[in-house]
Design a protein around this ligand. Structure first.
Ligand SMILES: [Zn+2]
Length: 340
């Protein structure tokens, strides 16, 4: 695993800092945006669309749904395109605390992101003509934590929403000055987890069974044999040649007549490969696989026990019939010991 830097100090210095300039909503709270919103949400509460109903409910007039809070500030596609164009022209906005934080997370190897939760608080209803301002800052950054998704840090952004009457907005006042004169109408805390991909807790899964062989009338004797603890090798009853894997006809004399012998399971390792990829969950890796010359005079491909490094071409081997489950047993070759 790569060694990543620990940016705890630099990240701690960003807590409490602004994520960028205070932004002013493009439009005052208005009936058109409210109507589109409540129609999309299926919210039929008349206080959002009917002045008299709103007054009867104790409001000064139509109010905006509280959950529209962020909708008033959203900048839309043009803003994004303008930003992209500025970046392409080398005029990217100077890094704010939020983009600095994201860059530090990335350097720590935490390149994956997931939004974890969003909390909103509302302090007074938004009424027609309110103009919103939002001030964003970094509220907290956690120490590194091991989570189910991966090794990461939680970061919470705080957005504070202020409202001023629309006619208070003039070119003479900066957004900062406007926000100071405004009333705090709501907050939103948005929390993300930035984590290192591939470092999450993997739920232990039951190992799936080994893949089933395709049993045919030609090879059934072999798999019945292993289940009975025998390594059966097909033999031509006309010329006596052994053959493996099982086939319908003799490769030497073409006879269709055959029976089998039970091999002692002893032989020599002729060749081997180590399977690293692709990995199938039913097997353990690295998976050494040997080509064995059986003493009876035919060859067989089978798993080798132990680690790949345990094996040298020419090693003497002996088969152990391993029963993997109720339906499947296969030979696995070990080193032949002197006393065996
Ligand atoms: Zn034959």
């Amino acid at each position: 695993m790569a060694d990543f830097p620990d940016h705890s100090g630099a990240l701690a210095a960003l807590v409490g800092q602004s994520s960028g300039p205070i932004e002013l909503s493009p439009d005052p709270v208005n009936t058109a945006m409210i109507r589109h919103w409540v129609e999309a949400m299926g919210d039929t509460n008349p206080v959002y669309t009917d002045h008299d109903a709103a007054v009867a409910a104790g409001y000064p007039g139509i109010v905006a749904p509280a959950t529209m809070l962020q909708a008033w500030i959203m900048r839309g596609l043009k803003h994004t395109l303008d930003l992209e164009a500025a970046r392409a022209a080398g005029n990217a906005p100077k890094g704010d605390a939020n983009s600095q934080m994201m860059a530090l997370f990335d350097e720590e190897g935490r390149t994956s992101v997931v939004a974890t939760n969003c909390d909103q608080e509302y302090f007074r209803p938004l009424v027609l003509g309110d103009r919103l301002l939002v001030k964003s800052s970094i509220e907290s950054i956690s120490d590194p934590k091991q989570t189910g998704l991966g090794h990461g840090r939680f970061a919470t952004s705080l957005m504070e929403f202020f409202a001023v009457p629309n006619d208070a907005v003039t070119k003479d006042l900066t957004n900062e000055q406007l926000a100071e004169r405004g009333a705090l109408v709501g907050t939103m805390r948005f929390r993300i987890l930035k984590f290192r991909p591939g470092t999450g807790a993997v739920a232990p899964k039951a190992k799936p069974p080994r893949p089933r062989p395709a049993i045919t009338q030609d090879n059934a004797f072999y798999f019945e044999g292993t289940l009975a603890g025998e390594l059966r090798i097909q033999r031509c009853t006309d010329c006596g040649a052994l053959r493996h894997p099982p086939l319908p006809a003799c490769g030497k004399c073409a006879s269709l007549n055959w029976d089998y012998v039970v091999s002692e399971g002893r032989g020599e390792l002729l060749s081997m490969v180590v399977n690293h990829f692709p990995q199938v969950p039913a097997f353990d890796y690295p998976l050494p696989i040997g080509l064995i010359a059986l003493d009876e005079g035919t060859r067989i491909v089978a798993n080798l026990a132990g680690e790949p490094g345990d094996w040298t071409i020419g090693d003497r081997v002996v088969a152990e019939i391993v029963r993997f489950d109720d339906e499947l047993a296969l030979p696995v070759f070990h080193h032949e010991t002197k006393e065996a």
